[in-house]
Design a protein around this ligand. Sequence first.
Ligand code: NDP
Length: 247
Amino acid sequence: GLSGIEGKVVAITGASSGIGAATARTLASSGAIVVLGARRSERLTELVDELNAAGGHAIGLQTDVTRADDLVALVRAATDQTGRLDVLVSNAGVARVAPVADLDVEAWNAMIDTNLRGVLNGVAAALPVFRAQGRGHLVTVVSTSGLKIVPNQAVYAATKNAVRTFLEALRQESTDGVLRTTSISPGYVVTELNDWIPDPELRARAQESMRSIGIPADAVARAIAFAIAQPDSVEIGDITIRPTVQG
Ligand code: NDP
């Protein structure tokens, strides 16, 4: 495992699949204590059992990031078990992409509530703990969709850029050395993300792009682990990680 991870207490949202689950595996196998949140509790339980059976330290708690109380409970699960929280990985996200003209307001709200409000809920829950400890690290999983603007991703990209903007402001407010902030921008990664796109044709196309050029979630997990492994005085601000062949 990577040095600098051992013994760290890391809470991860959206840990039931994809990048979150891969990050849990990578960190747990390097000796981190992982506290895993997502809505699908059976999937979480399976992962927690797998990690603990392999000699890791994992706990799971059903968490809906759109609910502020759930994030408070996730952070408390970490502090109750271990006395602290070193890192929050705000990874939970949804991509219900569609043309704006579809006016799928329900999908817009789901993306705003999960991708943006979900991150803010995590910050509200974790920051008091980080401040009390005098140290903490906030990692957010945003997207190259926020960097290269393309059709059909208007609201998705807007939420990802909102998080990136928020994190940069938070970074500038946090130069007392207590808080490290990292934003990870993945390109195509093979996960379940596109399985929830409402329109069947758009969904099939997105799934095909992901399948044909996507990199494994494990690659993103290693980038997250790299940022976490740095000494407290070193902040990895932005990591962009995409398939070599992605335009
Ligand atoms: P997955 O769909 O595999 O994972 C998404 C995770 O988020 C699941 O564990 C899901 O768990 C969780 N989640 C969704 N809504 C909520 C909620 N309200 N509360 C708690 N957890 C929630 O996709 P990825 O692994 O790809 O997605 C992880 C992150 O990576 C997202 O933020 C996504 O935007 C970002 N990303 C992904 C890219 C890709 O190509 N795959 C590219 C760029 C960014 P559950 O349903 O159990 O709650």
